[in-house]
Ligand binder design. Structure first.
Ligand code: ADP
Ligand code: GLC
Length: 491
């Protein structure tokens, strides 16, 4: 089976968060199920040297009025289609933001173009390759199924929601520039409170909607987590399912991690000590026997990083230290930097995105804190588990189902792997941190928590199997004439 995965980021080429980890890892695991995935991404500067080394696979007549071609990159375990549109993607900045951290004003066009080109591929523009199933990720790729339906293409499409906070909502006045039939600007498709919404278009025209944990799949049907989309999701409820993310166990493997000074695993955990020492040195922390707590994350309200700043004193007062590696909101960054300035040697913050530091923190800190207000899946707690950094998490989304709270029953049964708190408030977080620091005083208990966490498996194999099954079901359904969504954007 051939799958076209359409995404705005993919590890190791372009990454701002977990989306890249998922789109990078899932295709590798799908191979075991006889599924060959090609991943389609915009031609950002980082991809261009490799992509332009060969001749284009196809030169489009135009895509939304821009000159465009499709190129490719092949590595040992990935094949990428790179959409080369210099006027839209060849510019400084990240995938979504310019160098000053502002959204590119033409993001609507940049990602509509990605979706339109993907729909052309799905429609057979490439000689010799067309997908059986199309898998789109988040709002940036969500128009793919709208364009496909407008071309009369009923091929199965899966849309995955990685984060409902980002929906791709733009003024209705831009609609004519999308080159879609007017029928697509309807309640049954992209129209959303008078605006146009890329994600809604995808949710209404895909055959299956997945999100990255079963708990989040339930949560987003409620007003609290639905972000205004709960009504649309309720309409398509029978098509919605949660499939938990896995982790790439080759990249996140403490026994063979090039970023770690000390390699380790459950059988030989000693290497952690040298990582801890390296972390202490690198962040200029005091050397003592207390726990090192950590966070590796976007500094945003979603991730509850404002609450972490609020409990800084508590952490220091209880004899623990804190390291943070993150970037994001300036206000939250300043709160954390302020805490670091007040408590030198106890709190240290690295502002920025840094893959080697992320690995060292997981491999050297004692606990990783993730107090998210909502968390579709969350990967850092999974990396923490595998690396023996015990997660302290809020009980929501994927965090709720990947960490087993160290309550008496779970400790007694030998299954606890971390600390959970609810409700998601500063007080809740403070209490969880207190509990963790208390258990840390008992090395045998702490080591049990650590090794139980390290033994927990969140590889992609199981989840890839669930995607494989979903693709097959959709293909069977399409063959037997199933749901026809073409009228929702008919030309
Ligand atoms: P989200 O995608 O919502 O940001 P996830 O937990 O799913 O959250 O994924 C975050 C990914 O980004 C992880 O791979 C994490 O290690 C990485 N990451 C986040 N912030 C940083 C940072 N400042 N430096 C390095 N890696 C980071
Ligand atoms: C999003 C979510 C995160 C999830 C990631 C990958 O960025 O915020 O919870 O793990 O996507 O699916």
């Amino acid at each position: 089976m051939k799958v076209l995965s359409v995404t705005s980021e993919v590890y190791p080429f372009v990454k701002t968060g977990g989306l890249a980890d998922v789109t990078g890892a899932l295709p590798k695991s799908l191979q075991r199920f006889g599924i060959r995935t090609i991943t389609m991404v915009p031609g950002y500067p980082a991809l261009l040297p490799a992509a332009r080394a060969g001749a284009p696979l196809v030169v489009f007549d135009e895509i939304l009025g821009e000159s465009a071609s499709l190129r490719h990159i092949q590595t040992d375990d990935q094949i990428l289609f790179v959409l080369d549109i210099p006027s839209l993607y060849e510019r400084p900045g990240g995938p979504y933001l310019d160098e000053n951290g502002h959204d590119f004003p033409d993001n609507w066009k940049r990602f509509a173009a990605l979706s339109l080109a993907a729909a052309r591929v799905a429609d057979g523009v490439l000689p010799g390759w067309a997908p059986d199933v199309v898998h789109t990720h988040d709002w940036q790729a969500a128009l793919t199924s709208v364009y496909m339906r407008s071309m009369g293409n009923g091929r199965p499409v899966v849309v995955t929601i990685h984060n409902l906070a980002f929906q791709g909502q733009f003024p209705a006045g831009l609609f004519p520039y999308l080159h879609l039939p007017v029928s697509a600007f309807s309640l049954d498709c992209m129209e959303y409170y008078g605006d146009m919404c890329f994600l809604k278009g995808g949710l209404m025209t895909a055959n299956a909607i997945t999100t990255v944990s079963p708990t989040y799949a339930r949560e987003i049907l409620t007003p609290r987590f639905g972000m205004g989309m709960e009504g649309v999701l309720a309409l398509r409820r029978d098509r919605l399912k949660g499939i938990l993310n896995g982790i790439d166990e080759d990249i996140w493997n403490p026994a063979d991690d090039p970023y770690l000074p000390g390699r380790f695993d459950t059988a030989a955990p000693e290497g952690r000590r040298s990582n801890r020492a390296a972390l202490t040195r690198q962040f200029g922390l005091d050397e003592d026997e207390g726990p090192i707590l950590s966070a590796v994350t976007r500094l945003t309200w979603q991730k509850g990083m404002d609450m972490l700043a609020d409990v800084a004193e508590e952490i220091v007062y209880r004899g623990a230290r804190l390291v943070v590696c993150g970037q994001g909101d300036a206000a939250i960054r300043d709160l954390l930097l302020d805490a670091a300035a007040r408590f030198p040697g106890r709190i240290a913050v690295h502002v920025g995105y840094d893959e080697p530091i992320a690995h060292l923190i997981h491999g050297g800190s004692d606990a990783v804190i993730q107090p998210s207000r909502f968390e579709p899946c969350g990967l850092t707690q999974l990396y923490g588990l595998r690396y023996g950094s015990v997660p302290i998490v809020s009980r929501t989304g994927g965090l709720a189902e990947t960490v087993i709270d160290a309550n008496d029953a779970a400790m007694g049964a030998g299954v606890a792997t971390g600390f959970q708190f609810h409700p998601v408030t500063t007080e809740g977080l403070r209490h969880a941190i207190r509990r963790a620091i208390e258990v840390f005083q008992y090395p045998d208990q702490w080591q049990r928590l650590q090794s139980q966490g390290m033994a927990a498996r969140f590889s992609w194999e199981r989840s890839a199997g669930l995607y494989a099954r979903l693709y097959r079901e959709l293909l069977d359904e399409a063959e037997s004439g199933g749901e026809d969504l073409r009228s929702r954007a008919a030309g």
